[in-house]
Design a protein around this ligand. Structure first.
Ligand code: GLY
Ligand code: MN
Length: 356
């Protein structure tokens, strides 16, 4: 935590910001270790405070050793106002993506500092995972791998998608996950052509592809894996879709390395899928950063200009979705290394026929 604070203070210095107000739950936890659901940070060159309410004081004192814990008075903003005065902060940064308009009004009313909307100050630091974060991400990925292995033996024709999703979630919780890292996608048959087909009451039938996209939320970190399985023998067209995505995904994982931009990484899979005639059916980016949030920077997509660097963790998830016919997505989590990348998820990817 100390290193993280040092990095943020350097960023504040570089931007001539006297202090910053942090409200985003992920940024708050990343900097302070606080897991409560209410509270905000005030960080200047000399002070690091967590303002929270009565419910969380004892917890915060245990979790946030580097921080002074302040019990809010009338409101977080009133307490913040006092800190701004005490530290003589003239320029106060706030996270423009996390403050509501109502928050902003309260900020204006309660502080005398000049306000500066800032973007990505902490997120930039979070792009580079430290050793502790990598070990938590590996554990989150390992829980997802175990869950995939379990679910391949559980799926049978006649089961509803929602039953499969419930089983996945319960299994991951039994392995130590706090929860699923997002609403689980179980998309079978025609629904596998929905890139985000959250599990429904549809029953799974023989001959269908089933896309399973899920992840574990473990000690503040997320995994995100997708596998598509066949329940019984799929048609030739479905097999071709699967093979195209499979080859594209293998190729991307094999070639992604530092120095490459998100655009270039995305193009590896996109060009391959285009060549196989499915260019119009891959309508999302190749991947996204992964960490405390399931979607964070950097992006691997036609808009991802950022260069990949060692320590970044991203997903690689090409997909092909043909309306009415079906679709496939295959997704791994990888960490960029000095030489290339290393996979965090290890579940098999060759087409697997289950439920027989
Ligand atoms: N796994 C869900 C997503 O990446 O959007
Ligand atoms: Mn994903």
């Amino acid at each position: 935590m100390k290193k993280r604070l040092e990095k943020l203070r350097q960023t504040l210095k570089n931007n001539s910001i006297d202090a910053v107000f942090i409200k985003s739950p992920a940024n708050r936890r990343y900097l302070s270790g606080f897991t409560g659901t209410a509270g905000a940070l005030f960080i200047s060159q000399t002070k690091a405070c967590l303002i929270t309410d009565f419910r969380y004081i004892q917890q915060a004192q245990k979790q946030c050793r580097e921080f002074e814990i302040i019990e809010q008075t009338a409101s977080i903003f009133a307490s913040l106002g006092k800190l701004v005065k005490e530290t003589n902060a003239h320029l106060l940064g706030f996270e423009k993506e996390y403050l509501t308009y109502a928050d902003y009004e309260l900020l204006e009313k309660n502080t005398e500092a000049e306000l500066r909307a800032v973007e990505g100050l902490v997120e930039e630091i979070r792009l580079f995972k430290d050793e502790e974060e990598l070990s938590l991400l590996k554990e989150a990925a390992s829980i997802a791998d175990k869950a995939f292995d379990h679910i391949t033996k559980f799926i049978k024709p006649g089961l509803k998608e929602i039953e499969v999703s419930n089983e996945l979630e319960f299994f991951m919780r039994k392995q130590g996950a706090v929860s699923s890292s997002f609403d689980i996608i179980v998309a079978s048959g025609w629904r596998s052509a929905l890139p985000h087909g959250v599990a429904s009451n549809k029953a799974i039938e023989s001959g269908e592809l089933v896309t399973l996209d899920f992840g574990a939320y473990y000690k503040g970190y997320c995994s995100d894996i997708t596998r598509t399985v066949a329940v019984g023998e799929p048609s030739g067209e479905l097999k071709k879709i699967y093979q195209t995505v499979y080859e594209a995904q293998l190729k991307a994982v094999a070639e992604i390395k530092p120095g490459m931009s998100g655009v270039e990484a995305d193009a590896i899979a996109r060009e391959y899928i285009k060549k196989q005639g499915y260019g119009n059916y891959f309508g999302h980016g190749l991947g996204h950063g992964l960490g405390m949030e399931v979607h964070e920077g950097p992006r691997l997509s036609p808009k991802g200009n950022r260069k990949l660097e060692p320590g970044m963790v991203v997903t690689v998830e090409p997909g092909v979705y043909v309306p009415e016919t079906g679709g496939t997505r295959i997704e791994d989590d990888i960490v960029i290394t000095k030489q290339g990348n290393e996979k965090l998820t290890h579940s098999p990817k060759e087409i697997m026929i289950v439920g027989e």
